[in-house]
Ligand binder design. Sequence first.
Ligand code: F6P
Length: 328
Amino acid sequence: MATSIQRIGVLTSGGDAPGMNACVRAVVRSTIQRGGEAVGILSGFEGLIEGYFRPLAAHDVSNIIQRGGTILKSARCPRFHEAEWRRIARARLSEAGIDALVVVGGDGTFTGAKIFGEEHGFPIIGTPGTIDNDLFGTDFTIGYDTALNTALEAIDRIRDTADSHNRLFFIEVMGRDAGFIALNTGIAGGAEGILIPESKTDIDGLVRHLENGHITHSSSIVVVSEGDDEGGALEIAAKVKERFDKYDTRVTIIGHIQRGGSPTCADRVLATRLGVAAVEGLHQGKHGCMAGIQYRDVIYTPFEQAIKHHQAMNPGLLELAQTLSCYY
Ligand code: F6P
């Protein structure tokens, strides 16, 4: 279905992710290429309520594809939970003559977008921008690959010092509700333990594993997802230490370093494809959904499904990590 969409607003919302800028660039340039106009909305839904709008020409998005963060700024916006503020946001869009919106963000962003779109019958489409990789309907989210590589580099560096001092390190990576970063960096970093929210943590089992390892291994690394059911790295380290204290133990929380930095090639390409797909989707009358890539193709998944169903984690990977970290 062809539409009369002319002016497209774009915003980034929630936790920033490397590649958001590449996505904004793609949205702006593909909108203009189709004869339309692009408007940047600053600070996510906050800017929508406040009317922080900035028309964007093709050259305004030059030189940003390689930059981390988001030139549009991002925010989490509690006011957008309230219908009255959403009504004000709708009025701002009308005043600015904006016909449709592209929102780049994660599950919180899409929850707000879904309610807003349905409530006001407004065309809105999302692209998955979050380092957590926790959205259904796309193999990867924008920013995830960069965050993986940033976290892995940190783990490798910690292994150097852990090994020199015969230490046990607990390294906490991001992922409030999802263990994708922990699982994959744990495998790639040869971790002796990987603790993720998707699988019940067995502290006694971990202790037995580390005890065995202490005989043959000079260092051990346990990668902990911040959302683990037994707590973050500090808490887990304390629980392990109570039961087994042969190792000199340290804790590192990698934190927001994982959210910054120049996006990897994979993230730039993904963000670019999805930005274009979002604009194409709007022109085809696809609303209330997220553009994602599965296998090699663009697909559109309703917001509700993208948010509700986590992308499935491969249980075999955790098993594989456990097998390979066995001490012989
Ligand atoms: O959702 C992305 C994310 O980086 C999570 O992994 C993390 O739990 C959260 O954002 C941190 O949010 P904030 O920057 O608001 O502390």
